[in-house]
Design a protein around this ligand. Structure first.
Ligand code: PMP
Length: 361
């Protein structure tokens, strides 16, 4: 058995050169005579690695100086709660654009702390589009406007930045961070769980406008306080050292690939190839998402007859194409094609799909 093309939604495939480097230095890292997992996070080598990873990320995303970069824990889900705790007063209005299951979860986790208002939702259309800006009801006094640039389950992506006016824009970038350039200056907060485009799980990346950390927020423990984390270099307690190290290797890999402009070209080409295969299948495969909102990262599709699903999954796995089962909320299949998925993997998938359709059409 050998490594296959892995279409998992997350934890997802990592770039092979990153895994190879991690393997090569697993036992002895940077002359430490121990692995990166076995040394103090306060030691020179780890602190240097942490600083370098932040510098690489700042270069990749062109992060302005008035933004802090935090390496946090608790998954993106914890941030659904921690963000209102830090930047909204108790019961203050906070607006949400809901375009899928993760946006819904963000609302429900924020509810104990804020008056979470649904400024727009596409639930009625079963989360197959982004809402038109003229349909939003945004409160100018809201603490922030939260949205999910890419809904991982529904495969719905905003291809333009929402205009939140003077209200700070907060984006859950978990499944699209680093897939293309983004204008950080338009955001109050960008955050992302690591396990799709950054590294292994256990780490959450946050880019936050420093000014927002001066807000009083609400009563919370120090460990939940962004300003306190920023002051301590994201090391109020022991960080997930292995995940952080791997994230650092991924940032270097991305820079070697030509940065986010290059990734955007590649990611768009991969997505175009897969959507074309679906749309040109004569109805054998179908993606329900409006073309303007189709995700470059997660491509859900159904087969014309759900009775074929189990054969599709069994045969695709045998052909070296892993984890194509769709989320139960949507059914069918889902191919997640994050940065680490090479175009060859997508080509192998579309070839398999064409062959499967021929045999079962
Ligand atoms: N937001 C989005 C967009 C996600 O895709 C996910 C995970 N699939 C989450 C939040 C939750 O992330 P975590 O499991 O890290 O809490």
């Amino acid at each position: 058995m050998s490594r296959a093309y892995n279409f998992s939604a997350g934890p997802a495939a990592l770039p092979e050169p990153v895994l190879e480097q991690a393997r090569d230095e697993l036992l002895e890292w940077k002359g430490e005579r121990a692995s990166v997992m076995e040394v103090s996070h306060r030691g020179k080598a780890f602190v240097a690695m942490a600083e370098e990873s932040e510098a690489d990320l700042r270069t990749l995303l062109a992060v302005p100086d008035d933004y802090a970069v935090l390496f946090l824990q608790g998954g993106a889900t914890q941030q659904f709660a921690q963000i209102p705790l830090n930047i909204a007063t108790p019961g203050q209005a906070a607006d949400y654009l809901v375009t899928g299951a993760w946006g819904q979860k963000a609302v429900s986790e924020a509810k104990p702390y804020v008056n979470a208002r649904i400024a727009a939702s596409t639930e009625e259309g079963r989360f197959t589009d982004v809402p038109d800006a003229d349909s939003w009801s945004v409160d100018p006094a809201a603490a922030y406007l939260h949205y999910t640039p890419n809904e991982t389950i529904h495969g719905v992506e905003f291809h333009a930045l929402p205009d939140s006016g003077d209200v700070p824009l907060v984006g859950d970038f978990s499944s699209t961070i680093l897939s293309r350039p983004v204008d950080v200056s338009k955001f109050g907060i960008i955050y992302a769980g690591a396990q799709k485009n950054i590294g292994p799980s256990g780490l959450v990346l946050m880019v936050i406008r420093r000014e927002l950390m001066e807000r009083s927020g609400q009563a919370r423990a120090k460990i939940l306080n962004f300003a306190a984390q920023a002051k301590e270099g994201s090391m109020l307690n022991t960080p997930p050292t292995l995940s952080w190290y791997l994230a650092g290797l991924v940032f270097k890999w991305l820079r070697e690939q030509g940065g986010l402009e290059a990734m955007a070209k590649r990611n768009q080409a991969k997505a175009d190839l897969l959507y074309a295969a679906i749309d040109n299948s004569g109805g054998f495969y179908r993606n329900p998402v409006a073309p303007r909102a189709r995700s470059w990262m997660n491509v859900p599709f159904t087969l014309k007859d759900a009775a074929l699903d189990s054969a599709f999954l069994k045969e695709s796995e045998a052909a070296g194409l892993l984890a194509l089962k769709g989320h139960r909320a949507v059914g069918g299949m889902r191919a997640s094609i994050y940065n680490a998925m090479p175009i060859e993997g997508v080509k192998a998938l579309v070839d398999f799909m064409a062959d499967f359709a021929r045999r079962n059409g």
